[in-house]
Ligand binder design. Structure first.
Ligand SMILES: Cc1ncc(COP(=O)(O)O)c(C=O)c1O
Length: 422
């Protein structure tokens, strides 16, 4: 495909230098449907990034779009603060019916501001308030968002430096396999907790991603997550699972922690909860933790009602039975087979893959290769991004609604991009 240099001038002259994705994908996008985007010059791109996990049901999913158009056309409430609305009621009922009740999860539902980092801030605040302690344990290579509280429990040095002030009250511990299995799980963490001379203040909570999306597609084993849940219970720390990127079916089950059979005290959700790319986030917690005072964690945009409409439509359409989970796991096997072949072919480049459900990563011994592969993939019409502390991993995050044929096409393009940058 020939790509003419797009007219980026207004972006370059007016938009801040902070912009990032548009640098790796220098096109002006105009339309999108399902797994594909089209730029203003008519070039098609297969999307294996899905809005950083916000478009699990694809772009402009027709079922969600219909619900949204009907709602807007009948002048349904758009902005609702945290007022009770019919759209919020319909969402809460669908969430209870399709998600919480079938899994026997007793959670209360809080609507923080509509971004992921706001849900994380709410989770951290609540944990500190419940336990009356300030310290939170996070994990190496964690990513929880860009506001100060979330950054304090995020690993990436570049992102942390952006804070411009000390990031306090967070202590990192080794994530699963951080020490290549050379040390028993949680040896260091347990020792610090039991030693009165360790310098670790008793934590209020531990925050964890079951698969670190931004941190390099690091997959925690189910037994590691179970041991963590057990440690939290024994040591009186709340367990927060940040399911902002891995929830809403990304790993197969609706919640990524289901496979491990654990029940976190607090869960954060965002990204694909609205299903349509509309901002929305949730903080879920055990009812006994609900000690908030009215308005204690407030925000103007907590009532994004169009997002509630598409969220309810997505739950009704995709989570009324176990079909979505089965399909994601089947598609995941298709990806794994293809990555196995790719990594076999490129064993000389030290290519390795890892993942679960429909989130996968390919890492190369040469840390600069992933960026080159993503750049070549873009030229070939495939959107993939890097992840990991040195951007050393090519991350695959297609919509869950991707067809086997589209997956096949994208994986063939990826293989070609790797071959052509080798
Ligand atoms: C696990 C996790 N937590 C929190 C966030 C922050 O979400 P947002 O960018 O919507 O603030 C992200 C975003 O990538 C994430 O992956």
């Amino acid at each position: 495909m020939t790509i003419t240099p797009p007219a980026l001038s207004v972006f370059e002259t007016l938009e801040s230098e902070v912009r990032s994705y548009c640098r790796g994908w220098p096109a002006v996008f105009d339309r999108a449907q399902g797994s594909r985007l089209t730029d203003e010059d008519g070039h098609d791109y297969l999307d294996f990034f899905a809005g950083a996990g916000s478009l699990n049901y694809g772009h402009n999913n027709p079922v969600l779009k219909r619900a949204l158009i009907d709602y807007v056309e009948r002048d349904g409430i758009t902005h609702g603060l945290d007022m009770a609305t019919t759209a919020k009621r319909a969402f809460l009922e669908s969430f209870q019916h399709h998600v919480l009740r079938p899994r026997d999860l007793p959670y209360k539902v809080m609507f923080p501001g509509p971004t992921g980092t706001n849900a994380v801030e709410a989770a951290l605040k609540l944990a500190r308030k419940v336990k009356g302690r300030e310290s939170i344990v996070s994990f190496t290579n964690a990513f929880h968002g860009m506001s100060l509280g979330s950054l304090a429990v995020t690993g990436n040095a570049f992102k942390r430096a952006g804070a411009g002030i000390p990031l306090v009250h967070g202590t990192p511990m080794p994530f699963d396999n951080y020490l290549d299995g050379r040390v028993p799980d949680f040896l260091w963490f347990e020792r610090l907790l039991e030693d009165q001379g360790s310098g670790l203040n008793q934590p209020a909570a531990v925050i964890v991603e079951t698969v670190q999306g931004e941190g390099g597609i690091n997959v925690a084993r189910a037994e590691w997550l179970r041991a963590l849940a057990d440690l939290c219970r024994r040591r009186d720390m709340l367990l927060i699972v940040d399911d902002i990127q891995m929830g809403c079916g990304r790993t197969g089950a609706f919640f990524s922690f289901e496979e491990a059979g654990i029940v976190p005290d607090i869960v954060t959700l965002s990204k694909s909860i609205s299903g349509y790319g509309l901002p929305m986030s949730l903080c879920l917690f055990r009812p006994e933790l609900d000690i908030w005072g009215p308005g204690e964690h407030n925000g103007t945009f907590r009532g994004n009602n169009p997002a509630f409409v598409t969220a309810a439509a997505a739950l009704d359409a995709y989570w009324a039975d176990g079909q979505m989970e089965k399909q994601t796991l089947a598609r995941g096997e298709q990806v794994e087979q293809a990555l196995l072949a790719i990594c076999d072919e490129h064993a000389g480049l030290g290519a390795r893959y890892r993942g679960r459900g429909l989130v996968w990563g390919v890492e190369f011994a040469d840390t600069s290769r992933a960026a080159a592969v993503c750049a070549r993939a873009f030229e070939l019409g495939l959107l993939v991004e890097t992840s990991g502390p040195q951007s050393e991993v090519v991350k695959l995050l297609p919509p869950l609604t991707v067809t086997p044929e589209e997956l096949d096409e994208g994986l063939r393009t990826l293989a070609r991009a790797i071959r052509e940058t080798a």
